[in-house]
Write a protein that binds this ligand. Structure first.
Ligand code: NDP
Ligand code: 2IT
Length: 456
């Protein structure tokens, strides 16, 4: 898997564990991909910390501490009975309560949630806040569902989930298909059944315990991270042409902050294709993104119609000329072919807003070419970091101002950036943000697992 240029390879111990995992879960492709990426990039750490092998840290860290599987029976607005499948993967609680989002999307399987939960362990560790890793969700498809459907589904989902979570045990939040509206129905049902008002979910509404800045935190944090990466090459976001994919929560935050800093966003995408707006996605067009998302129509073509710009059906936005690319939609949405196109067009910085949007082959190429390339667990950590700040505010029963939260978010993103850079340098891989992020995130969790004794 590794290449000489990149100077990374799979340590024999890591290779053995990965092989065993492939045999045990051959159908969990996304999970195996996420584990493969982490194990390949921590070679230097495994060589240095021989006790990890003695303590069988890899065998232990790739198995979730607990997986809850349940069904969600619910009645839709037409009176029909529906059944969905749902999961909560409580992956690792070494450094804090399980923390991570809930995804409602037709593509959700245990494999996708295990990959997301695994990534979340190291992302949360990088934030410097006391949060373990978890992820959950359901194959519930929001497409074509009305308010009554969504509320009924959320209430039934939480009727089961509430027995497993709590503000000091497991704290879910949003992800694809789960925004403030869904968190509201979930929080309401939790409060009703448990008869407690506590910080059990993050991404809450401002009137009922939510934090300022949380809605835009993932996107803003991602652009703060890019500012830090650009500084290492004496560059800045101002004046840069940016290609963004998706049109959901993360994309919206990214677009807003790029505009604030004087950059220009020329693309958005959906499952139906992408739009190209040469004048830039700005002003009322940014607000329109929220409308598109809320409409549940699952398409970005509406933007093209509304603002008379070209729409490219069935295509991804990676063939356009840009300086910076922000994949913000879904996993594996940028392959090797796309990476080549971006590089040929002069793109020199790619920041993952989504989780694992760049596949393994594309990531390898970007690392070889030594452009600025950040993995999601570093550059999209602003969302969960702000969730951590929401938990702190809930525990203190206080609410910080927008400026205070934003300042902390910015500082956390700078710390993550510097941590990645320092760690990559320490292990002889300067500029490799993938190795830097994985080694820095992994070390803290692995050391803690040893210090707490053989409990997980
Ligand atoms: P949203 O549900 O708000 O948006 C997801 C977006 O991606 C939608 O526009 C969706 O369209 C679009 N999309 C889905 N499939 C495709 C596809 N095949 N091609 C192009 N676009 C597609 O989710 P978020 O913005 O919250 O999440 C986006 C990514 O960011 C995910 O990978 C998530 O895990 C990650 N992330 C989210 C965080 C958060 O705080 N929300 C934090 C860190 C990472 P549609 O739904 O209509 O299919
Ligand atoms: O992938 C992610 O980091 C999220 N969806 C946010 C998780 C959270 O707990 O805020």
């Amino acid at each position: 898997m590794g290449t000489k240029n990149q100077q990374t390879q799979l340590h024999p111990y890591a290779q053995k564990v990965l092989e065993e995992l492939k045999q045990r879960y051959p159908w969990e492709q996304e999970f195996l991909q996420a584990v493969g990426e982490v194990l390949e990039s921590i070679d230097g750490l495994l060589k240095q910390e021989v006790r990890y092998q003695k303590e069988r840290i890899l065998e232990r860290i790739v198995e979730p501490e607990r997986i809850i599987t349940f069904k969600v029976p619910w009645r839709d607005s037409q009176g029909n009975i529906q059944v969905n499948r749902a999961y909560r993967v409580e992956f690792n609680s070494a450094i804090g309560p399980y923390k991570g989002g809930l995804r409602f999307h037709s593509s959700v399987t245990l494999s996708s949630l295990k990959f997301l939960g695994f990534e979340q362990i190291f992302k949360n560790s990088l934030t410097g806040l006391p949060m373990g890793g978890g992820k959950g969700g359901s194959d519930f498809d929001l497409k074509g569902k009305n308010e009554i459907d969504v509320m009924n589904f959320c209430q039934s989902f939480m009727t089961e989930l509430q027995r497993h979570i709590g503000p000091d045990t497991d704290v879910p939040a949003g992800d694809i298909g789960v925004g403030t509206r869904e968190i509201g129905y979930l929080f309401g049902q939790y409060k009703r059944i448990r008869n407690t008002f506590d910080g059990v979910l993050t991404g809450k509404g401002l009137n009922w315990g939510g934090s300022l800045v949380r809605p835009e935190a993932t996107g803003h944090g991602c652009v703060y991270f890019v500012e830090e990466m650009l500084k290492t090459r004496k560059q800045e976001v101002a004046g840069k042409i940016c290609a963004v994919s998706g049109f959901g929560n993360v994309s919206w935050g990214v677009v807003k902050k790029i505009n604030d800093l004087g950059g220009k966003v020329v693309t958005l995408s959906g499952p139906d294709g992408f739009i190209y707006d040469k004048d830039g996605v700005k002003g009322e067009k940014i607000d329109y993104m929220l409308e598109m998302r809320a409409s549940g129509r699952d398409r970005v073509e509406d933007y093209a119609r509304n603002f008379s710009v070209p729409f490219y059906p069935g295509k991804r936005p990676w063939g356009v000329k840009c300086d910076i690319a922000f994949p913000c939609a879904i996993q594996n949405e940028l392959n090797e072919e796309n990476a080549k196109e971006l590089l040929n067009n002069g793109c020199f910085c790619i920041a993952e807003g989504a989780n694992m949007p760049v596949n393994l082959e594309a990531a390898k190429l970007l690392l070889e070419k030594k452009i600025l390339y950040s993995p999601g667990k570093a550059s999209n950590a602003g969302g969960v970091a702000c969730s951590g700040l929401e938990m702190s505010q809930n525990s203190m029963r206080l609410k910080w101002t927008r400026e205070e939260v934003d300042l902390r978010l910015k500082q956390i993103m700078k710390n993550i950036h510097d941590d990645c850079v320092r760690t990559a340098e320490q292990y002889g891989l300067p500029g490799n943000y993938v190795c830097g992020a994985n080694m820095a995130g992994f070390k803290k969790v692995a050391d803690t697992m040893i210090e707490l004794g053989l409990i997980a």
